[in-house]
Structure formats: C-alpha cells, structure tokens
Unconditional design. Structure first.
Length: 441
C-alpha cells in the first residue's frame, strides 16, 4: 500500500534560508515542517453559522441588566450588536498575489496536493511552488459551505492574511502553474461571491431583527423600573452607589490636546480628563459584571470587550473599536480621534504572574511611538480576591520596562509608569484594573 501524506510550504522563502524542503513519510520522522491542508468551502454549514449568529445577539441582549437596558440608546445598541454579528465575507487582493519556491522532493508527475495525497514514492529533487493570495476579512469564512456545494475545490492552508496554494512535480511547467493557479483563484472568487449573496438577506434583516428583540427587552426593563419607582417604600441604596453611566442625549467628543508649539511630527494626545473618564466608564461596566457574575460566566474575552465598547460608544462620539489593528498587532480596545490612537487597552482573564506580565508585553507590542495612555483589564474568576490584588501590584514591578508605581486610584485600580518600548526616554501610562467575577459556588 502506498503511504500518502499532505505536505505544504510554511511561508517558505529563499531569503529566509529555509531549505532544502522535504516531505518525510511518518516512518521517516516527525512531520515538524508540515501543515495539513483542508479543502475550502466544505466544512461549516452556512445555515448553522446564521443560526449561531442569531443566538449570539439574543444571548448578548439577555445578559444586559435592567439598568443597561434603560440607560442604553436603542439606535446605538442596535448598531453595535449588528456590527458584532454581521457575517462578513472576505475579498481577495489579486494585485498582491505572489509565488514562493523552495527545494524539495517532488513526484515525477505534476501534482496539486490535497489533504488525501502527496505520494512519497517515485520522487526526485525539484522545486515546490506556493501561491500566496492575500485577502481582507475573516479567515473562517473560507470554510463555510455555500447553499450549493461546490465541486473540485482546491485544498489550501489559510492564515488570517492569506491563502496558500501549493503546486509540485518534476514535469511542472510555468504554463501549468499559471493555468491551474488562475483556475483555483477563480473558483475561490466564485464561492466567495456565492457566500456574499447567501448571507446578504441575513445581514440586511439583522438590524431590524435586533431592534425588535432589543426593543421588547427595553420595554420590559422600563416597566420594571416604573414598578420600582411606584413602590411605596423607599428602595434601599447600595453601599457602593456607583452605577452604569447613562449615555447623554448628545455624546461627548474626545478633544485631543496638542503641543503648544506644533512641529512637523507633532501628534495629539489624550487629555488626562478624558483618560480618567474612559477608565471610569470601564470600571462602572465591570462593577455591573461583578454584581451579576452568572450573566457573564460563559462569555469569552471578545464578548466581555463588546460590553465595554457599547458603553464607550454610548458616552463618546469617538471611534472605539474591537480587534482594531494598531501597529504591531490587534488590541482589544482602541479609541481614536482624527486618525490618531489615543487610548489602548487589553482585556484578559487572570492567570497569575505569567499572564499579567505577558499581557503587559503584548500591550507594548501594539503601541506606536505616540501612544502613551493605556490600560490592562483583568477579570478574576477566583473565590479569593484580596490576595490577588496585592500580588498583581507586585508582579507589575517585575516587568523590564517598569519605572514607577503603583499609584492607587481605587481599591482595584492602580496607575504605573513604564518606559516606552521604542524610546527609553519616553514614558507610557499603564492603568491596571482588576475586577472580581466569581462564578464559583
């Protein structure tokens, strides 16, 4: 029986020094340089994706507290929820397509590798070609199944920025590479367009569906609030009077401060007043999470972040975004004004010293030379919380860029000064915020 495995180039370029490239059989050693390909557009039923997105916005609305529902702007909340669950389909950047090549063992006959075949018998030294097709949009959409199942889809490796198609064989010619890669690109484009047309009715109807469901919940919340207001006896106030801020009728604008003597490279920065206000909004939202831990127990980091973004956008005419690309990576919360980054924050679940220091390092990978006001938001799912507050303050001092702090701005909020990773003479403000979301019995 012929042993077959799948072999794909891992971003191999001659300038990287990678080579020669061989595809060993399992009997010859571990496949440390091999990634298994997968056929495109054949993994996830599109209708299942749509049902999941519908449930996603309902779950999010169901997790809102009465105070959030009453305080929130219906239009703003609908827009934020629709943006969160809209099904986006990628676009290929055909102008950016490139080919890389590496030496390797190739079959005597021309081969377009699939997850089921890369024949290890009858090979010779040759070149393995990988066509890199850049795209914008979500990577997972390349594995959605369109309503009409496509035939003869190419197998590929995808990253969050490109598709990789591989071609190999001793008798492979430039004409064959051009012919089959063009055919594969065209097939991918056709299926993306089919998906775009298939999700369009859902995306178009989504704001209306969210408005109906959210409107019902807001109506119920308003009735509950009226009931509370009509009770004869006064409602006992919480010991901690902090509550979710009510979005004003006209949202505030973030007005950046500018240098007194502008220079060619002068950039605006975030006013201290706005920095504190943003931190207050985040803290107030987190207090609501602490008070209703079961409502947030199953949420992932990205879903928790959404609640902060909703409150920030409800308070400001800013451009708070989720997963916004900023310099070296994707940060959790980014506030921009006039095209400039003014505030960057990372949200994580507490995992001890290692997690905290890694998150701090990750935050610094995202800041540009002008970003100076940041925050780290840690959610602690532990019964014991007091000890973690003390530990976290000490752990922050172990980071190699640490300069000074903490300055306590509350029981669980501490301000630090760090060196800027791009300039040791410049300083970055990092506010550590710890929130207790105890889901244990």
């Amino acid at each position: 029986m012929t042993t077959t495995i799948n072999c794909v180039i891992i971003q191999a370029r001659r300038k990287t020094g990678l080579g020669p490239f061989n595809c060993p059989s399992p009997a010859r050693g571990p496949m440390s340089n091999i990634i298994r390909m997968q056929h495109l557009f054949l993994s996830n039923e599109l209708q299942g994706i749509i049902r999941m997105r519908e449930q996603q916005y309902r779950d999010r609305i169901d997790s809102y507290t009465t105070a959030e529902l009453v305080a929130g702007s219906l239009d703003n909340m609908v827009a934020a929820l629709a943006d969160m669950v809209t099904i986006e389909i990628p676009f290929l950047d055909e102008n950016g397509i490139e080919v890389t090549e590496v030496d390797g063992q190739v079959p005597f006959y021309y081969l377009r590798p699939s997850p089921m075949n890369f024949d290890q018998q009858g090979t010779t030294q040759g070149l393995i070609y990988t066509v890199h097709i850049p795209f914008t949009g979500p990577q997972e959409a390349f594995y959605y199944k369109p309503p009409q199942y496509p035939m003869n889809m190419p197998a590929a490796v995808t990253s969050n920025t490109e598709i990789q198609l591989t071609y190999a064989g001793a008798d492979l010619t430039s004409d064959l590479i051009n012919k089959h890669s063009s055919e594969d690109v065209e097939k991918i484009k056709q299926q993306l367009e089919a998906l775009r047309q298939a999700v369009k009715p859902f995306n178009d109807q989504l704001p209306g569906m969210i408005r109906i469901y959210l409107g019902q919940k807001q109506s119920q919340a308003q009735k509950a609030t009226q009931t509370s207001a009509g009770i004869r006896w006064p409602i006992r106030k919480r010991a901690d009077p902090t509550s979710i801020p009510t979005p004003p009728a006209i949202r505030k604008k973030i007005v950046p401060s500018r240098p007194a003597s502008p220079t060619a490279d002068a950039q605006p920065s975030l006013l201290e007043e706005h920095y504190k206000q943003i931190l207050d909004i985040i803290q107030n939202m987190s207090i609501a999470m602490e008070r209703s831990p079961k409502a947030f127990a199953t949420l992932e980091e990205e879903h928790l972040r959404f609640h902060f973004l909703m409150q920030l956008n409800g308070q400001y005419e800013g451009e708070a975004m989720g997963e916004a690309f900023n310099y070296g990576g994707q940060t959790d919360i980014l506030v921009r004004s006039g095209g400039h980054n003014l505030f960057i924050a990372e949200c994580k679940f507490w995992g001890g010293e290692k997690t905290l220091l890694a998150t701090t390092t990750q935050l610094f990978r995202y800041v540009t030379w002008r970003d100076t006001k940041t925050a780290i938001i840690m959610f602690v799912k532990r019964k014991s919380f007091e000890g973690i507050i003390d530990e976290a303050q000490q752990f922050m001092k172990k980071h190699p860029l640490y300069v000074s702090g903490p300055v306590a701005e509350g029981k669980t909020r501490f301000r630090y000064i760090f060196k800027h990773p791009a300039d040791a003479n410049q300083r970055v403000t990092v506010t550590l915020m710890l929130f207790h979301v105890n889901t244990e019995s």
